[in-house]
Design a protein around this ligand. Structure first.
Ligand code: UDP
Ligand code: MN
Length: 264
């Protein structure tokens, strides 16, 4: 459907790698939706070219250049730069419905059924389940919502310093109002949450549709041995903050086979 799209964001070349793998994973699972990536002005040309070969639309978002409320907001809250950039997805009004996905997510099967959901649908955050995790969410582009979000953001800031805080205080009835807006956890399985409830992962983990490499260390921070197909520097110790080895290997397989050869 031409009026529905997956949207992601990469403000730098590292997150661009994530976006490449995410885009490839969506294509590999035969999505019928459009793919859009918002990029920052500093993303290098080879990365842009690669993203253009995977995504239908590559939009450069330079919020510093904007002459509207965003610029004003940014002058008051320079710490929220990436957040403002992410919220820009609401301006994609040539689509009627979108699914935002963080660049550190990986799709394991077709998830186009998410477009049957309404704004704002998202999965619980593993750290505080009355908040939704903003790594995967269904939204409806609208300039009016965008302006309200900007105003909200400027006036209230973000309780966690990022987009998740802003979005949770803006869509503050998510936890109680409508259960259909709660996406199952398998649409946003935080890689680090696996070790906090291992029996549940053993029971349900095979149903996962999207993994989210949430946290400080991202897949692209590891290195990979193409000869052995192993990820290097991974200790595989539960609780060490390491990402789940199977998912990490899947990310790297896709990166080394579907992205790297064309990037050279
Ligand atoms: N992001 C970005 N550049 C940055 C930081 C974040 O483009 O320097 C985007 C990217 O799409 C990323 C999302 O914002 O996936 C949210 O940040 P991150 O995934 O690092 O947060 P976490 O999920 O670990 O809380
Ligand atoms: Mn993330």
């Amino acid at each position: 459907m031409a009026d529905q799209a997956y949207v992601t964001l990469a403000t730098n070349d590292n997150y661009a790698k994530g976006a490449m793998v995410l885009g490839r994973s969506l294509r590999n699972h035969n999505t019928t939706k459009q793919l859009v990536v918002l990029i920052g002005p500093h993303v290098a040309e080879p990365c842009r070219a690669m993203l253009s070969s995977i995504y239908d639309e590559v939009c450069v978002v330079d919020i510093l250049d904007s002459r509207d409320t965003v610029h004003l907001a940014l002058m008051k809250r320079p710490d929220l730069g990436v957040t403002f950039t992410k919220l820009h997805c609401w301006t994609l009004t040539h689509y009627t419905k979108c699914v935002f996905m963080d660049a550190d997510t990986l799709v394991l099967s077709n998830i186009d059924e998410l477009f049957e959901r309404e704004e704002l649908s998202a999965a619980p955050d593993p750290g505080w389940p009355d908040c939704f995790n903003s790594g995967v969410f269904v939204f409806k582009p609208s300039n009016e919502t965008y302006r309200s979000l900007m105003t909200h953001c400027t006036e209230n800031g973000s309780f966690d310093g990022g987009d998740q805080g802003v979005l949770n205080s803006f869509f503050n009835t998510w936890s109680t109002a409508d259960i259909s807006k709660h996406l199952p956890f398998i649409y946003n399985l935080s890689s680090i949450a696996i070790y906090t409830y291992l029996p549940a992962f053993k029971q349900y983990g095979h149903e996962a549709k999207v993994v989210h490499f949430l946290g400080k260390v991202k897949p692209w921070n590891y290195s990979y041995d193409t000869q052995t197909g192993k990820v290097k520097g991974h200790t595989m110790t539960p609780g060490s903050g390491d990402l789940h080895p199977d998912f990490l290997v899947q990310w790297w397989n896709l990166y080394s086979s579907g992205v790297l050869p064309a990037l050279r």
